[in-house]
Design a protein around this ligand. Structure first.
Ligand code: AMP
Ligand code: GLY
Length: 406
């Protein structure tokens, strides 16, 4: 089959590698792709957030399956436009993607489906924000009610800082603080049937020990040796299945990845957030362990045949991803510096480009993803860090404690 993959980050490079390894995928087209993905398929320029442009590319490239990687095209309605052309697409409609695009909508769906989550107040004025901050107390959790690439949230003990952030947001949600470790579970769905991937954990803060501001994610590992055996089953029955059923009941079935971001709190499992796509960087280590054919799996989901797809197979062992970020990330990013050492097996491209002379340069905040595998998390971690140490990028930085002590 011919697969058109939309996106250009580390998540998409990982998807491209897994698709290229699937015998049923004979042609892979990446749009716009990146220099790493260019080794696996043809890269075609497109504005990924333009529904009409992506739909027309799906038709002219005779794609049998379109996979939409990032959230922005989904929220813009790219999947709807491709579907309207009769091309199978893995990725939710604009309406279903609101589960990520609007925190208030996600809360409404969870309330209707009886899914456990942090208590929250949508606020419209300074008075409402202050009342909600005082109702829940510290630590304060204040979220921008829109897409902010994981950066619209602050968690702080400082009431003033919480208030200032709240006043900066156009629409704001103030939430109860959830304690306990976080888990990401990605659930592949065709709108009815659902299949979980391996659970993972990511590291959101920029600095070691969880210091500094939130980022899109600085590293991740899978599976979770410390998690209870029934964790995935529990998430499926208490979170994923009721949420997917509620979206279907509303006439907006969710076809794509329901990303369940959870906290295992002292009062049980609770949803921190939903996203409408694979998590980045968690999907990178997860896919490095997937043995089942990814193209066939996502095609089955895109065509409503997931119930017929066999068991998912995984390699034994564990995988760890360490993100190499650009100087200044996440506040500001210095771009255009040369990168050396990126052509190692296990190094995925996230924010890279080739300059006019053909030199690989850093263009994004998160530049490369170093993915190691091994018999244990500790072994996988060693391999991931060996890769990260082998990368030369002036000002580049990575956390030293990804998956430490697991
Ligand atoms: P979100 O964009 O909703 O995923 O939030 C980004 C990050 O902020 C999450 O991954 C958590 O680390 C943290 N966070 C969000 N909501 C809460 C909460 N209610 N309690 C504690 N931490 C939270
Ligand atoms: N790793 C967090 C995210 O993809 O939103």
């Amino acid at each position: 089959m011919r697969v058109l993959l939309i996106g250009s980050g580390g998540r998409e490079h990982a998807l491209a590698e897994a698709l290229a390894a699937d015998e049923s995928v004979d042609t892979l087209i990446c749009a716009p792709g990146n220099p790493g993905m260019a080794r696996l398929g043809e890269c075609v320029r497109v504005n990924a957030n333009d529904p009409a442009a992506v739909a027309s590319l799906a038709v002219t490239s005779a794609a049998d399956l379109v996979i939409v990687g990032p959230e922005a095209p989904l929220v813009a309605g790219v999947a709807d436009a491709v579907r309207a052309k009769g091309v199978p697409v893995y990725g939710p409609s604009r309406e279903a993607a609101r589960i990520e695009g609007s925190k208030a909508f996600a809360k409404e769906v969870m309330a209707a489906a009886n899914v456990p989550t942090a208590a929250a107040r949508a606020c419209r004025s300074r008075e409402e924000i202050e009342a909600a901050l005082d109702e829940f107390g510290a630590p304060y959790v204040v979220k921008d009610d829109g897409l902010a690439a994981g950066k619209g949230v602050i968690v702080t003990e400082d009431r003033e800082a919480a208030l200032v952030h709240g006043l900066e947001c156009e629409r704001v949600v103030v939430e109860e603080y959830l304690d306990g470790p976080e888990v990401s579970l990605f659930v592949v769905s065709d709108g009815e049937a659902a299949r979980p991937l391996l659970p993972a954990q990511d590291f959101k803060r920029v600095g070691d020990g969880g210091s500094g501001p939130n980022t899109g994610g600085m590293g991740a590992y899978t599976p979770l040796p410390w998690a209870p055996d029934d964790l995935v089953a529990q998430i499926m029955t208490t979170v994923a299945e009721p949420t997917l059923a509620e979206l279907a009941r509303r006439g907006t079935p969710f076809v794509g990845t329901l990303y369940c971001g959870l906290a295992l709190t002292s009062k049980g499992l609770k949803v921190v957030e939903f996203n409408a796509r694979f998590g980045d960087p968690e999907i990178q280590p997860i896919l490095s362990l997937l043995e089942s054919p990814l193209g066939e799996l996502l095609y089955a989901a895109a065509t409503g045949r997931l119930a017929d797809f066999g068991t998912l197979w995984w390699r034994e062992g564990a995988a760890v991803c360490v993100v190499v970020a650009n100087e200044g990330y996440p506040e500001s990013t210095v771009t255009g510096r040369p990168i050396y050492g990126a052509d190692q097996e296990g190094v995925l491209h996230a924010g890279t480009a080739l300059d006019a002379a053909g030199q690989l340069i850093a263009t994004g905040g998160r530049v490369l993803n170093c993915v190691g595998t091994g018999a244990s998390v500790a072994q996988a971690r060693q391999e991931a860090y060996a890769l990260a140490e082998g990368v030369k990028l002036e000002g580049g930085h990575f956390r030293r404690d990804i998956a430490a002590g697991i």
